[in-house]
Design a binder for this molecule. Structure first.
Ligand SMILES: Nc1ncnc2c1ncn2[C@@H]1O[C@H](COP(=O)(O)OP(=O)(O)OP(=O)(O)O)[C@@H](O)[C@H]1O
Length: 278
């Protein structure tokens, strides 16, 4: 079943076209990433899907309903990770999660969620004493306490140190393993590559590429560059059949000094895709 279906979505702020006609399909159980630079229209898109912002044009279905008109029962099936959710800073982590659990008809077990989000050691700590990364994990705890079918994560790891990001990715993978659909926005390529089954690259309100991280921008098909050094010095050849080339070069068991085979990185392709639109 399709969790999210978007056709021709448009949003304009004054005379600025923030979202310029995008199509999206996210299947149930998928981790889907909207990847794009600052100002590409990611947050606007997610807020429309959450029902927090009105669209100017296009069709949107989220869990089968139009977010513009869907009611409370629909909302309870979504997990929205809002940075403002943890304002009750005088409460402890457990108290905060327990408090939010009361809003939902089918909440997860409070202790399970605290464990899942890696907050066991901080369960009795006041929210105001948490680090930025721990607070973000608490935001996620509050986003998933209601057993949502679909979770929206808007730039979840911005400002995290590398270890906190790894831990957070692990949490997202655990959620997805339970069958939760996840739509995340990010401007980190490695995050999209590590987590998402499919990625849409957004630039200036349009989707400029979509597919698996490996296939984005035709990367899987791109020519490889084979480099090696021989008696003439450093050599370089571009080829669509690098295995054959290396076989030919090394015929008779000849060792090739400094041999490397590279394809354009996701970063090369991405910068190419979004470069013209900034
Ligand atoms: N409420 C608003 N009023 C006017 N312009 C807005 C409003 N919200 C967003 N914009 C503009 O619309 C464009 C898209 O913004 P949006 O926040 O959706 O981008 P984004 O991809 O999420 O960027 P970031 O990575 O910086 O969060 C930007 O040019 C932004 O300045």
């Amino acid at each position: 079943m399709t969790a999210i279906q978007v056709r021709g979505l448009q949003k304009r702020y004054g005379d600025h076209q923030a979202v310029a006609g995008i199509d999206l399909d996210v299947a149930q159980g998928e981790i889907f990433a909207l990847l794009g630079p600052n100002g590409a229209g990611k947050t606007t898109t997610v807020e429309i899907l959450e029902g927090h912002r009105r669209r100017d044009g296009g069709e949107v279905r989220v869990l089968g309903e139009d977010p513009g008109t869907a009611g409370q029962a629909w909302r309870a099936r979504l997990g929205m990770v809002l940075q403002t959710a943890t304002d009750a800073a005088e409460l402890t982590v457990t108290e905060t999660v327990r408090h939010f659990a009361r809003y939902y008809p089918r909440p997860r077990n409070v202790d399970d969620v605290i464990d899942l989000c890696g907050l066991r050691e901080k369960a009795k700590a006041r929210v105001k004493s948490l680090s930025g990364g721990q607070r973000r994990r608490l935001d996620v705890a509050l986003g998933i306490i209601g057993t949502p079918e679909l979770v929206f994560l808007d730039e979840p790891t911005t400002g995290f140190d590398p270890e906190a990001r790894r831990q957070f990715w692990g949490l997202i993978e655990k959620l997805a393993a339970d069958g939760t659909t996840i739509l995340l926005t990010t401007h980190y390529l490695d995050e999209a590559e590590a987590l998402a089954g499919r990625v849409a690259v957004l630039a200036a309100g349009r989707i400029v590429a979509e597919g698996t991280p490996k296939s984005i921008g035709g990367r899987a098909m791109a020519e490889a560059t084979v480099r090696w050094t021989d008696e003439r010095g450093p050599q370089e050849m571009k080829t669509s059949t690098p295995t054959r080339l290396v076989n030919e070069l090394s015929a008779g068991g000849r060792e090739l000094a400094g041999l490397t085979v590279t394809r354009p990185s996701l970063e090369d392709i991405y910068l190419d895709l979004v470069g013209g639109s900034r």
